[in-house]
Design a protein around this ligand. Sequence first.
Ligand SMILES: [Zn+2]
Length: 489
Amino acid sequence: MRALVYTRVSTAGQAEGFSLATQREACGKKARELGATEIIYLEDTYTGIELERPAMNKLREHVRARNVDLIVVYDPDRFSRNLNDLLIVTKEIDKAGITLQFVNFDWQNTPQGILFLQLRGAIAQFEHALIKERTTRGKRKKAAAGKIGGYAKPYGYKFNKESDELEIVPEEAEVVKKIFEWYTREQDPLSSYAIAKKLAAEGIPGPTGKGWFYSSILRMLKNETYTGIMKRKDEQPDWKPVRVPPIISRETWEKAQKRIEENRRFNPKRTRNEYLVQRLIYCGLCGRSLTVVNRTKGEKSWSYYTCPGRYPRKFGNQAEFTPCRLKAIRTTVLDDIIWQEISSRLRNPKIYITYLRKKKEAIVELPRRELRKAEKALKNTKAAVERANKAYFNGYINEVEYRKYIAEYTETEQYWRKEIARLKREIAERELALGEQRELHHYVQRLVASVDKLSFGKKQQIVRLLVKRLVIYPDLVEIRGHFHWVLAP
Ligand SMILES: [Zn+2]
């Protein structure tokens, strides 16, 4: 196993007690403990404001190339003092499937670790949402004006850049007509699956040249654009409709929709990933993992989280079977309860703010206090020079004594001036870090505001990030994860 050890020392590093050698040794030891057979060492020297970090850049190259299996760092502060950078780099590492370990930082069991993980997850979600919003904004603007630029063109059409219009591709349009015909004909209609197979058998190239997926056939069958009005993603009622040359009649399209709906209702496998806490949920009585069971009655259907221990698996020995007593719970009911609980925590900016306040004191107050002391000392030294001047002027001390005093005071004065300049630099530097934290504060505020606008998919991602296990008892629900709490009715 290949490991990478990243170390960073500040120029005043020895004072902090984390010299390079200490860091290297501790990280190397940890890497070997975790099974590393080969270790790459990278080191940066921290000099004031962190703009240049050659070793960090190399680390990121290794990550991108997936050159290593493990990265060991002394603590997150070594990695980056800028929380944003830290989030970005750790995300890259995660994405590359590389394990990140800190020597002096417990991810799971310390408040800082938990907060970091929460922030990381929450901010990642939020950033994702922001990026998505930015890319869709341009499209929406065009779409509202009745233009089609930026939207995927459906199979059967090509995009004419000059006129910003869709034009029919005759060979493809023939295929579209066939698909609708096969699917809606009275005699022996074909399923989307059979259509995909048939098209492939006839040697017709698929939309991306790769073949035919039955799911893309289904998407085509649902696409209203073929009737002459282009339906855009996120279509708003006030958008100007886009007319395109039709390939099939509205009547045929509606017939196809009716068939799709009929088929859907009888397809038992249609509900994958539709439930918020699926796969996180366990029976508190027998420990089994709960499954989702659908029940249908006429047109309506309900789903329940159900303990599989309620039903016998084998038949023939039912006399020995003692069913689990845990009652099934409506998925919608439990999902709502859990989301209420989690979102109320995400909406609470307190945890973030407490963290920021703590950091703020540590970052700026200390050098400020020292600066005040240094400025007072400089003033005292100046006063002492004044006194020596007066004493010499009034003849209380002779020239030799006077020169001795002045030499000593000048040295002291120089020392304090240097010290003041250093502290001012230090404060400026730390204030910069604080500025970044203020940005984080903004982040948190916006994040809090966006909690209720999250899509189902994002909610699910957040739940999976924060909750490790949900245990259901007959009268209470226990939530285990980064938060731990118990809900009773
Ligand atoms: Zn059970």
